[in-house]
Design a protein around this ligand. Structure first.
Ligand code: UTP
Length: 475
């Protein structure tokens, strides 16, 4: 092949799929860049891409929401009635047993691009805690250490990254000495990517020899867990349950015995935590039963009349918000992958940097294309059984999505302080407050001090008097 001659077979294949432009800069590429481009092109599912272009890129797929939606049953945060109280007590016991027996693994999805936050580097490295400025990864690691110590076991930690942040994440873990954990018990693996498209259906080039691609969504975790060997590793260790959460939630209760126990007692394959929505249009997914299966309907897809529909007591019919906290059975992940499965594709219109037909890099200032991704909650309808447990928002859900405003670093940090105050006050520790009831101090509780609210009562002798304006760190 002459230096600038294009690879014939690939050229033909691309022509067939209307993507010939991907070889436009072939003559400018060095040998290794050419090999890399061919590898990227070879890995593409071309018939699948044609279908996506028709269905999601050139137009938005529509009409996918069943009209027949009903609210699912759920376990309330606190049990009601004697039978439920007994069930919760049994679940708690069972959950503690499973954690102690090393059957539960921690699994954080950290492959996202965090574009809204705009933090340079992986989101898990964001310093977030109110006083010590611990990063998200450090808070999770300290929780895992504290739980392992408490239950006399080893809790392995699986971390999903993406090709866009994997090397940086590995380096952050290394540089931080794996946050005091044994590196053998940390398994970092990458999720897959999907190509980015212009509105005309053409795949965008990020560089002359590089396809523009982005992570395939948190739904990609269910394939990546399997393909990376993480599930194999879990099986070797005797892990049966995966505690799944998102990297941007510092309040996560990673090892929740009640949640784990209810999931196990009810023989569930994938379970979820929920918070009661603040109003009909809160921007969280809605748990619904659709076609007889538990399903999460995005807020933007739930028809207004259903979103606003009320029960006789005035509560919303569809009030269960999805907060991306799940227990997933390892056997379920294995079953999905053994059978072969695919999750629905979601389309997001985004600003995507690319190179134009002349090879100039363009950083668009308005949306210029489509990213495709899959969502983990779309696996819920595939689960034979599933439970939903209500949790209290201020206890467990502080998403850090934006630099400022709602769901931001500031709101997340404040929620950490508020939860600490609440835990302390529930054990009758006096917390200084202003006349309007707002806090007049900054508080931080390390996981080594308390993992659960109930732990505070055991440590009262270690808590100093807290004065107005104090910064109190309990470790
Ligand atoms: P978000 O939906 O908030 O996306 O991810 P993001 O990429 O972090 O942020 P934006 O939308 O670009 O601002 C929720 C969680 O799912 C993970 C993220 O890392 C976060 O923990 N995620 C998201 C993945 O692991 N992979 C993905 O492809 C997408």
């Amino acid at each position: 092949m002459a230096a600038e001659e294009k690879p014939h077979e690939m050229e033909q294949l691309l022509r067939k799929h209307s993507q010939s432009h991907l070889l436009a800069f072939w003559a400018d590429l060095k040998a290794d860049q050419r090999n890399s481009l061919l590898t990227q092109l070879d890995a593409m599912d071309w018939p699948g891409i044609d279908a996506w272009v028709a269905k999601y890129v050139k137009k938005a797929a529509s009409g996918g929401i069943p009209r027949e939606l009903t609210p699912p049953e759920f376990y309330p945060a606190l049990p009601t009635g004697a039978r439920q109280r007994d069930k919760y007590a049994e679940a708690l016991k069972m959950g503690k047993k499973l954690i102690s027996a090393g059957k539960v693994a921690a699994f954080v999805v950290a492959g996202g691009q965090g574009t809204r936050l705009g933090f340079p580097g992986p989101k898990g490295d964001l310093p977030i805690s109110p006083i010590e400025k611990k990063t998200l990864f450090r808070i999770f690691a300290e929780t895992i250490t504290a739980v392992s110590d408490r239950y006399g076991t080893t809790c392995p930690w699986y971390v999903m990254t993406s090709p866009l942040n994997h090397d940086d994440t590995v380096e952050i873990f290394r540089k931080n000495g794996y946050y005091g954990l044994d590196s053998d018990n940390i398994f970092l693996f990458q999720q897959g990517t999907l190509p980015n498209f212009g509105f005309d259906g053409r795949i965008l080039l990020a560089e002359k020899g590089k396809i523009a691609a982005s992570p395939d969504g948190h739904g990609g975790s269910l394939k990546a867990l399997y393909e990376s060997g993480a599930i194999e590793d879990m099986k070797r260790r005797g892990i049966e349950y995966i505690s799944y959460w998102q990297v941007d939630n510092p309040l996560i209760n990673i090892f929740d015995p009640l949640f784990t126990g209810l999931h196990a007692l009810d023989g569930a394959e994938m379970s979820s935590k929920t918070v009661i929505k603040t109003g009909p249009f809160e921007k969280v997914g809605n748990f619904c039963i659709a076609n007889g299966r538990l399903t999460v309907i995005e807020y933007s897809d739930l028809p207004d009349d259903l979103a606003q529909k009320e029960n006789p007591d005035g509560s919303l019919v569809f009030r269960l918000g999805s907060i991306a906290i799940h227990i997933i059975s390892t056997a379920f992940v294995e079953k999905l992958n053994d059978k072969g499965f695919s999750l629905p594709i979601h389309r997001a219109v985004k600003k995507i940097p690319y190179i134009d037909s002349k090879g100039n890099p363009i950083k668009p200032d308005k949306p210029n294309g489509v990213k495709l991704e899959t969502f983990v909650f779309d696996a819920l309808p595939l689960a034979a059984n599933s439970i939903i447990l209500e949790t209290i928002r201020k206890e467990e859900f502080a998403p850090t999505k934006n630099a400022t405003g709602t769901d931001s670093i500031e709101t997340s940090r404040q929620m950490m302080i508020d939860r600490a105050a609440d835990w302390l006050e529930s054990a009758h520790v006096e917390i200084p407050r202003k006349a309007d009831g707002s806090l007049d101090c900054t508080l931080e509780i390390a996981p080594s001090f308390a993992i659960y609210k109930e732990d505070i009562a055991e440590k009262l002798d270690q808590i100093p008097k807290i004065h107005s304006g104090d910064k109190t760190y309990l470790a």
